[in-house]
Design a protein around this ligand. Structure first.
Ligand SMILES: [Zn+2]
Length: 589
């Protein structure tokens, strides 16, 4: 592992084609919509993952990263109608744009994300006009927003707003928009319709009808790298040389994207960026990520950064886990003292010390104090995210439940305290390894409501927080700090096992094989439908009704004792099928 890392760094540092790329990023680029990941298959941490990787691999030095400022409403008003801008103050309007439930929308925070992205696209345009070096904004390319209508995850049009602002300042050169998102640039075409010196070129996998004054190529559904790159070369051949370019390097060109219909590989997407970067050498250019609705879309964006900064075609290691790497660094920065120090006595603690109330449990797993745990949650960025979801005044408590030690995290919203996280942990031996055993983990967003857009998952009392990956990664860091060999839990439902599947595997190899077969056979069924079908007994294994096996899953921190051969044999042996409600056997419930 260490050697692989060294080799990687060596390879990355030995790149030849260095360019000075400026990068725009803000941690608030993560949309504070807790249901988005589940509903749209979007990776809300895409910009975070991309910047962490670009810094870690050395492609982008810290001095090249700029913090954006929110765009002003004056800037937005050059392009958008007052009616549209006014509507963006209403949760229902934003909920419609992002296809989430209105109860899940903290309006000001969502608009902060969007306005930061727009501010960055404009700042990037000004910077690249000044330096002629490419500029990469890690959020933006909201190409579906028209002057009077938002749509498709695009509340406003950052590209058009940036063009209008630089025009206002006297820039009169030709602007080219190269839209390489998987969908057509309908909003950009509408916004720039009256700009006489604009050229818009696009390659799409979806045909939404003709767009006026757009050089559009519709490639067939599922088109792969070769077909796409051929169309791109032809499009670049027709592009008049611009004085300012915007490149929408969409992440939804990847095969198996939730909404994009193309079939590119990660290598193909990188090849696309390298081709365009070479073509635009010396031309001021703003690069934007646009869409991307798969787990791997961050790799396309990080790849765009590598293509721009270093002309690199080197792949990002497939097993690189950006969140795990980030939390490992943060965890190392936290001293034992910070996590075990209880600080000043609170009023409650004073009462306890005076014997006026019963003493509470002091330490979690004999190590963490409640204030140490609060400190860790703050350092991992969890509290900041919870604040963006509308909670304040966080408080951590420890006590014991029947099963183990219980941690609860509370936060206030609308003058009321809510339970946000509940966790029951135990120190236990599994397969003779001491592990952190998680009896219960519940991530709760009580301000959000269930609806058609956010249906209740089996076992949920209230909607989740969208922080399951952070929770799993934090537990792993805790286990490392305490010297455990792994983290173990028992997923009560298909969706909880599914969410954990990148880090955790069933301890029993045959059970893991059956789980992998289930994931394989239900790959085309939306997760929500799949987990409900499994819970309702509508999934059959080899022709027999299948009952979910809530066996233990482990995240081994040292080596995995599982036998890959046994997993594979079982996976190939069994086959699952979904029984439609109408075709259930007559005696089924
Ligand atoms: Zn798209």
């Amino acid at each position: 592992m260490a050697r692989a890392r060294t080799t990687l760094l060596y390879r990355l540092r030995s790149w030849l084609h260095r360019r000075n790329v400026s990068v725009w990023y803000d941690p608030r680029y993560r949309l504070p919509l807790s249901g988005l990941e589940a509903s749209a298959g979007m990776e809300p941490r895409r910009a975070d993952f991309a910047i962490w990787w670009l810094r870690e691999c050395g492609a982008v030095p810290p001095s090249a990263v700029h913090a954006p400022r929110r765009i002003t409403y004056d800037d937005l008003a050059r392009v958008h109608t007052p009616e549209l801008l006014e509507s963006l103050g209403r949760p229902e309007a934003i909920a419609h744009i992002f296809a989430v439930d209105a109860s899940d929308v903290p309006v000001d925070e969502v608009m902060t994300t969007i306005r930061l992205a727009c501010g960055a696209t404009l700042a990037a345009a000004r910077e690249t006009l000044r330096t002629k070096d490419p500029a990469l904004n890690l959020l933006g390319g909201f190409h579906h927003a028209a002057p009077g209508a938002a749509g498709g995850f695009c509340p406003v049009n950052d590209v058009a707003v940036a063009v209008a602002a630089v025009r206002e300042q006297g820039f009169s050169g030709r602007v080219a928009v190269l839209d390489l998102d998987a969908h057509p640039p309908d909003g950009i075409a509408a916004c720039l319709a009256r700009d006489p010196k604009r050229w818009i070129g696009s390659i799409s996998g979806s045909d939404w009808g003709p767009l006026e004054d757009v050089d559009e190529t519709i490639v067939p559904e599922g088109a792969g790298d070769a077909e796409y790159l051929e169309a791109l070369a032809a499009l670049l051949g027709r592009m008049p040389r611009p004085q300012l370019a915007f490149v929408l390097a969409g992440g939804d060109v990847l095969a198996r994207d939730r909404f994009g219909k193309l079939g590119l590989t990660l290598e193909g997407a990188r090849e696309r960026d390298l081709l365009v970067a070479t073509e635009l050498e010396g031309v001021p250019a703003v690069w934007l990520p646009a869409g991307g609705y798969s787990r791997h879309s961050w790799r396309v964006l990080a790849g765009t950064g590598m293509a721009l900064a270093a002309g690199s075609a080197a792949p990002i290691p497939p097993d690189y886990d950006p969140l795990g790497a980030r939390f490992t660094v943060l965890s190392r920065e936290m001293s034992h003292l910070e996590l075990t120090e209880s600080g000043e006595l609170s009023a409650d603690e004073l009462d306890e010390a005076l014997g006026m109330r019963p003493r509470r449990q002091r330490l979690l797993l004999g190590f963490y104090t409640a204030s140490g745990m609060e400190h860790a949650l703050y350092r991992y960025g969890i509290f900041e995210h919870l604040e963006r979801l509308g909670y304040r005044q966080f408080r951590v408590t420890f006590d014991s439940s029947g099963l183990g030690e219980r941690v609860r995290v509370y936060g206030e919203a609308e003058a009321q305290e809510h339970l946000l996280v509940e966790l029951v942990l135990e120190r236990r031996r599994v397969l003779s390894v001491e592990v952190l055993y998680v009896h219960w983990l519940s991530l709760r967003n009580p301000r959000a409501q269930f609806s058609d857009r956010r249906p209740r998952l089996p076992g949920q009392e209230v909607p989740g927080l969208g922080l399951a990956r952070e929770a799993g990664t934090m537990l792993a860091r805790m286990a490392v700090r305490l010297g455990f060999g792994g983290v173990v839990y028992r997923p009560a439902f298909f969706h909880t096992a599914y969410a954990a599947r990148h880090e955790f595997a069933f301890i029993d190899p045959e059970r893991q094989g059956r789980f992998e077969a289930l994931v394989r056979d239900l790959a085309n069924v939306p997760l929500l439908e799949a987990t409900i079908a499994v819970a309702e007994g509508r999934v059959w294994m080899d022709g027999e009704p299948y009952t979910w096996e809530a066996d233990e899953m482990a995240y081994w921190l040292r080596e995995s004792p599982a036998d890959a051969g046994e997993v594979e044999r079982e996976r190939e042996r069994v086959h699952f099928s979904l029984v439609e409600p109408s075709s259930r056997p007559p005696d089924a419930p």
